[in-house]
Design a protein around this ligand. Structure first.
Ligand code: GDP
Ligand code: MG
Length: 148
């Protein structure tokens, strides 16, 4: 499982539907979804590893500037595959066909967050979601997406 969040610029630009569609059509399973205004406290924990970077204050202001759509996706190798779907952190380096490569230009407005490792994903999901907000359900096409 991995945490994905459409950042405030992605919500403003009405990209939520197209972003969700890419994960759904790939075959991943949505197990958590909510829209929220992230608190400064949540964002400070989420980006704790970047708190000495020069762009950190503006990053928190950006992430706090409006609602975000947070989601949890499940599937085989979903953390790595999601990073590939999302593309390079700097949209100038992100390949066409990736979400950042198709929809963004500047690193300070790169429209989406995705966990960068399995360990980080576990911590980020625990930070953003309660257990009761995560659904357990069977995809009816599981046998067509995966080898039985
Ligand atoms: P990510 O995992 O690909 O999102 O990248 P990082 O974890 O390294 O950085 C988190 C977020 O901080 C990025 O998605 C950008 O929104 C922002 N960021 C990273 N590097 C820079 C930078 O050099 N300048 C600015 N303005 N923002 C940055
Ligand atoms: Mg990161």
């Amino acid at each position: 499982v991995t945490l994905v969040a459409v950042k405030p610029d992605g919500v403003q630009r009405r990209l939520v539907g197209q972003i969700i569609q890419r994960f759904e059509t790939r075959g991943f399973k949505l197990v958590g979804l909510k829209m929220l205004q992230a608190s400064e406290d949540l964002l400070a924990q989420h980006y704790a590893s970047l708190n000495r970077k020069p762009f950190y204050p503006s990053l928190l202001r950006y992430m706090n500037s409006g609602p975000v759509v947070a989601m949890v996706w499940e599937g085989h190798n979903v953390v790595k595959s999601t990073r590939m779907l999302v593309g390079d952190t700097n949209p100038a380096e992100a390949k066409p066909g990736t979400i950042r490569g198709d929809f963004s230009i500047h690193i300070s407005r790169n429209i989406i967050h995705a966990s960068d490792s399995v360990e980080v994903a576990q911590a980020e999901i625990a930070l953003w979601f309660r257990r009761s907000e995560l659904m357990e359900w069977e995809c009816c096409d599981h046998g067509s997406v995966y080898q039985l």
